[in-house]
Ligand binder design. Structure first.
Ligand code: C6P
Length: 426
C-alpha cells in the first residue's frame, strides 16, 4: 500500500471509530418503536427522514416560548422569532456555502423550489423554439414543471438518456448542447431510484460554456454529503428539509444573487412588496420577494436546528457511514438468488439508495412482507415513471439509508427478503 493510501485508510478508520451510531440512534425517539414486536428498521429515508429530539424540541420551544409572526411586530417575541428565522437562513447559507444568506429562499420543499424557477426565471428566459434539457432519471418534480413551461413557451424538451450502467449518457448531453438553443439544464444530483451520484460539477461547467443555466435537484444529496454551491457553480439548487432531519413543509431554493435580483415574483401578497398602489406595486429584494405571505416559521427554525445537528456529526462522516453501509448491503443482497439490483456498482459515485426486484414478485407484495418483519421500505415507481420505462419495469422495492442505520438492520432486510422468497417459492 502506498503512503498516500495508508494515510487515507488511517483517516477513514479514525472517522469510523468516532462514529457513534448508537448514540445517534438514541436521539431519534421513533427508532425505539416496536412493529409486530420487532424494532422498527426504518429504511425509507429517501422518502423522508426521521427527526431527532433536538429538532422536535426546537419546534416545541418556538410554539411554547416565542410564537409570533416574523418581520411584522416590534414587540419582543416577534423580534425573537424574526431573529431565529433569519439565523436559520444563515445556517443554511453556510451549509451549502452560498455567498450571501439572501440567496436562500424558504419554500415548501424541492417541488416548490423547482416550480418557482420554472414560473419565474423560466417564463422570463425561455423563448419560442429554445430548449430545456432534463434527464431520464429525474423525479416527476423535475419533469412536469418543465413540460408545462415548454408547452406554454412552445419550447422543446430534450432528454439526456441513462446508460445500461445507470449513469447519465454524456454523449447525449454533449450532442444536445452542441445543437445550440439549450437555455436550461435541470438535473438531479443523486437519483432517488438508482442512487447514482451524477458528475454535475463537470456538467455545469460544460453547460455554462454553452450559455446554458443549470438547476440542480439536490433533494437526495444535500441531506447526505457535503454540497458547495460555489464550487459546483450551479445557478439554482433545490432541496427539502424533511429529508434531512427537519420538519415537513419547509425546503430551500438557492439561487445566484444576480439571477434572483432580475426575477419576477412567483407568488404575491403580504411581505413581498415594497409599496402597493391601486394599480401597481413594487417588490422587495430577494429573498423576501419570493416569500409571500406568512411562511413556515416553525419549519425554518426546525430546519436550522437539523442543520446544526447534522453539521455537528459532520457531513463527511454521514457520507462515510452511508457508503460503508451501502457496500455492506450490496454485498449481501447480491448473494440472493434471482434478485435484480438497479443502479451503479458500489463506487464513490453511488449513494445509499438501493432499488431491487426479486424474480417476478411485485414490489408492493415485497414491501408488505418486509413490513411484517418491521422493515420499512418504499415500493412503486418512486415518482420516476420515465426512468421505470427506461428500465423496462413498473416498480421496484427500495431501501434507502441514513446516518442512524446499522449493519444489523441490513441483515434484517436480507433475512426478510429471504423469507419473502420462500413465501413466493423462489
Ligand atoms: N422523493 C422519494 O420517495 P418533495 O416532495 O418536494 O420534498 O421532494 C420531491 C423530490 C424531488 N427530487 C427528488 C430527487 C426526490 O427524491 C424527491 C422526493 C421521495 O423518492 C418522495 S416521492
Amino acid at each position: 500500500m502506498g503512503d498516500s493510501m495508508q494515510r487515507h485508510a488511517t483517516v477513514y478508520s479514525n472517522a469510523k471509530a468516532s462514529y457513534d451510531v448508537e448514540g445517534i440512534r438514541a436521539d431519534f425517539p421513533i427508532l425505539g418503536r416496536l412493529m409486530n414486536r420487532k424494532p422498527l428498521a426504518y429504511l425509507d429515508n429517501a422518502a423522508t427522514s426521521q427527526k431527532p429530539v433536538q429538532v422536535i424540541e426546537s419546534i416545541d420551544r418556538y410554539y411554547n416560548e416565542y410564537n409570533a409572526n416574523v418581520y411584522r411586530g416590534v414587540y419582543r417575541i416577534s423580534e425573537e422569532a424574526t431573529l431565529a428565522y433569519e439565523n436559520a437562513r444563515k445556517k443554511i447559507a453556510q451549509l451549502i456555502n452560498a455567498k450571501y444568506p439572501s440567496e436562500i429562499i424558504f419554500v415548501r420543499g424541492t417541488t416548490e423550489a423547482i416550480n418557482l424557477v420554472a414560473h419565474s426565471w423560466g417564463r422570463q428566459n425561455i423563448g419560442l423554439g429554445e430548449s430545456i434539457m432534463i434527464t431520464e432519471m429525474e423525479h416527476h418534480s423535475n419533469i412536469v414543471p418543465w413540460q408545462l413551461l415548454a408547452r406554454e413557451k412552445t419550447a422543446q424538451l430534450k432528454y439526456v438518456g441513462v446508460t445500461d450502467d445507470a449513469r447519465l449518457d454524456q454523449e447525449d448531453f454533449h450532442r444536445h448542447l452542441d445543437n445550440r438553443g439549450v437555455r436550461l439544464f435541470a438535473v438531479t444530483h443523486v437519483s432517488n431510484v438508482l442512487g447514482t451520484i451524477n458528475p454535475i460539477r463537470e456538467m455545469i461547467r460544460e453547460a455554462h460554456s454553452h450559455n446554458c443555466r443549470v438547476v440542480v435537484d439536490a433533494a437526495q444529496s444535500v441531506p447526505h454529503m457535503p454540497v458547495d454551491v460555489q464550487d459546483l457553480d450551479c445557478d439554482f439548487l433545490a432541496f427539502s428539509g424533511h429529508k434531512m432531519c427537519g420538519p415537513t413543509g419547509i425546503g430551500v431554493l438557492y439561487g445566484k444573487r444576480e439571477l434572483l435580483e432580475k426575477m419576477e415574483p412567483y407568488q404575491s401578497g403580504g411581505e413581498m412588496i415594497r409599496e402597493v398602489h391601486l394599480y401597481e406595486s413594487t417588490y422587495k429584494d430577494p429573498p423576501f420577494r419570493f416569500e409571500a405571505g406568512t411562511t413556515d416559521i416553525a419549519g425554518a427554525i426546525g430546519l436550522g436546528t437539523a442543520v446544526d445537528y447534522l453539521s455537528k456529526i459532520g457531513f463527511r462522516n454521514v457520507r462515510s457511514h452511508e457508503r460503508e453501509l451501502t457496500s455492506y448491503a450490496l454485498d449481501k443482497l447480491q448473494r440472493i438468488k434471482q434478485i435484480r439490483i438497479f443502479g451503479p456498482e458500489e463506487s464513490p459515485m453511488r449513494a445509499g439508495v438501493i432499488s431491487f426486484n426479486l424474480a417476478d414478485v411485485h414490489a408492493h407484495d415485497m414491501a408488505s412482507l418486509l413490513d411484517e418483519d418491521g422493515v420499512a421500505v418504499r415500493s412503486g415507481h418512486h415518482c420516476a415513471q420515465p426512468l421505470m420505462e427506461r428500465l423496462g419495469i413498473e416498480s421496484t422495492t427500495r431501501a434507502s439509508l441514513y446516518l442512524y442505520n446499522t449493519e444489523a438492520e441490513i441483515d434484517r432486510l436480507v433475512e426478510s427478503i429471504g423469507r419473502a422468497g420462500r413465501v413466493f417459492k423462489i
